[in-house]
Ligand binder design. Structure first.
Ligand SMILES: [Zn+2]
Ligand SMILES: [Zn+2]
Length: 300
């Protein structure tokens, strides 16, 4: 089946453009697909390939002076999980929209192991603020019990949200989490710099590492990921409802009306009757287009 490799590292890269060329050569020689983002502040990547190709990539990276000690994460998948290979150079490896020289991992929150996180939630419960740093469509299908859920569509909106809520974190212990940990490295630093919270924590390796240790723990539902798998079931809780019929459902579809293409939760019976459209409106549009396309033949 193959492997999906996920990793990041905050490390100073003097020449991200030269690194981009090196990564491109390496990935193309191994026929990997996926996405790599490079910046002066580091590297963030998701790649797909055969088990052997991914193993060779990891070995090569580990020999490189900058990329030792990476927490490699593996999932089942392969090159087919991504449409192509895309390597880009940006200001930040995850876009928080804040100057990477101002908010750096030098101020990052305290890393806790999954076991320490589990114990913290078990013992602190109500005194602890658990803050999700992900987007609304991610936590819609899975989240930590009792977590605060910022109404954001992208990570760039997170700083403004935190700015409005600072009172809430005053003298509190705050545990922040995201999918694999990369967003929290700087999101926690952002809150630490506000100097309001007593302690700011993050999960080492994010939700992914926590659910490996505690599949039936405080994280409920599905873990949303950014590849063809969409969301991985962690336990039996279903947190969302079909947007059409409201029955419990946590499966996403992409609307087949290409002008809409909305990423929405629709149950299997509704998606059959709507032919994978997100709504009756989009379904009608698709039907009317099909009618128009058939029209010339109908006249014959
Ligand atoms: Zn439905
Ligand atoms: Zn639609």
């Amino acid at each position: 089946m193959g492997t999906i490799l996920l990793f990041y590292k905050y490390v100073h890269i003097e020449n991200p453009e030269a690194m981009r060329k090196w990564q491109r050569g390496l990935c193309e020689s191994l026929h990997l697909t996926g996405r790599i983002i490079l910046a002066h502040e580091g590297i963030n990547a998701t790649l797909g390939g055969t088990d052997e190709q991914i193993a060779t990539y990891v070995q090569t990276m580990e020999k490189h002076g900058l990329f030792g000690g990476i927490d490699w994460k593996y999932a089942q998948g392969g090159a087919q999980a991504f449409p192509k290979l895309k390597i880009s150079v940006k200001e930040e490896i995850v876009r928080l929209g804040v100057d990477p020289n101002q908010v750096t991992v030098a101020d990052t929150g305290v890393h806790l192991t999954p076991e320490q996180v589990h114990e913290l939630i078990r013992t602190k419960g109500k005194d602890l603020v658990i803050l999700d740093t992900r987007n609304d469509y991610e936590y819609a299908v899975g989240k930590f019990e009792g977590a605060e859920l910022p109404p954001i569509k992208t990570f760039r909106e997170f700083p403004a949200y935190v700015d409005q809520q600072l009172e809430k974190y005053k003298d509190k212990e705050v545990l922040m989490y995201c999918t694999g940990g990369v967003r929290c490295e700087r999101a926690t630093a952002y809150l630490v710099q506000k100097e309001v919270a007593k302690t700011v924590y993050q999960i080492e390796g994010g939700i992914q590492r926590y659910i490996e240790k505690f599949p039936n723990g405080y994280f409920r539902g599905k873990n949303y990921v950014f590849d063809a798998r969409v969301a991985i079931r962690v336990n039996d809780d279903i947190l969302a409802n079909c947007t059409q019929c409201q029955t419990p459902c946590d499966d996403y579809i992409n609307c087949t009306n290409v002008l809409c293409n909305k990423h929405v939760i629709v149950c299997s019976s509704c998606s059959v009757s709507l032919e994978n459209a997100c709504s009756p409106e989009c379904h009608n549009l698709i039907l009317s287009k099909q009618t128009k396309a058939r029209a010339p033949f109908a006249k014959l």
